[in-house]
Write a protein that binds this ligand. Structure first.
Ligand code: MLT
Length: 233
């Protein structure tokens, strides 16, 4: 039987074996919700990068460039990391580069996996469907915030675990994530509003994003990492 495990922050990834596994990266607020939305809006590809410099360089090759630090748009970039501000007609057919505080770093770290899927509440059922159809040892990687565990990513990991069939649970983090989801599932938005990052974002003009990112299955696509670019499966 295949196993599933949950890594609560990308900084802890070095404690896990992810090579040749199904890996799912989660950053509900907001990187993986944003990446899903970019591709749902018709973009050709999304390149996740770690540094702002690397991201800005992509502009020379015609990329739309997006960057966030401390929840805010970085000066000089075309966009920040706000999914609710993505304009469908401007993104269609384009390549997009994105650098965020945690989410894009988490994605880049998972190279060497059998497949890296990009997950959020927006495409929850597509991720679960893939994992149930392609049963293999699986690691759910929550991005967290600067080394700390967060509510929204853990809750989303728990929602994935709750949907899995015929997987055995490997560790306490799986039980923690599933219990958190079960306690929150009737009102994901209220639970998300309690998170420290939701509070941080509410201080800026990103309050609409919290509602946007709490919607379940309203963008039914499955982005995955193909080399160093994210495209649709
Ligand atoms: C991150 O990568 O930490 C987040 O996506 C931050 C944000 O809300 O923009």
């Amino acid at each position: 039987m295949s196993s599933v495990d949950v890594c609560l922050t990308h900084q802890q990834l070095e404690n896990y074996q992810h090579h040749d596994k199904n890996v799912v990266v989660i950053d509900v607020l907001r990187a993986t919700s944003t990446i899903n939305t970019i591709l749902f809006s018709g973009a050709k590809s999304v390149k996740p990068v770690e540094s702002l410099e690397e991201c800005m360089k992509l502009k020379e090759n015609g990329y739309i460039v997006m960057a966030e630090r401390m929840g805010k748009k970085v000066e000089g970039f075309d966009y920040g990391n706000s999914p609710s501000k993505i304009e469908k007609n401007l993104f269609a057919g384009r390549d997009v580069g994105i650098a965020t505080s945690n989410g894009t770093k988490a994605i880049v770290k998972t190279k060497g996996s059998k497949i890296t899927l990009i997950s959020s509440f927006l495409n929850l059922s597509k991720v679960i469907e893939y994992l149930n159809t392609n049963s293999r040892d699986t690691l759910l990687v929550c991005s967290g915030w600067k080394g700390s565990t967060n509510l929204e990513d853990t809750m989303c990991a728990g929602a994935i675990v709750a949907g899995l069939e015929n997987y055995e649970h490997e560790s306490d983090t799986v039980v923690i994530a599933k219990k958190l989801y079960e306690q929150s599932k009737d009102d994901i938005l209220s639970s998300m509003k309690k998170s420290s990052h939701a509070k941080r974002l509410s201080g800026y003009d990103n309050i609409r994003d919290i509602e946007f990112c709490s919607e379940i299955d309203n963008q039914e696509i499955l982005p995955y990492l193909d080399g160093d670019e994210i495209v649709l499966l």
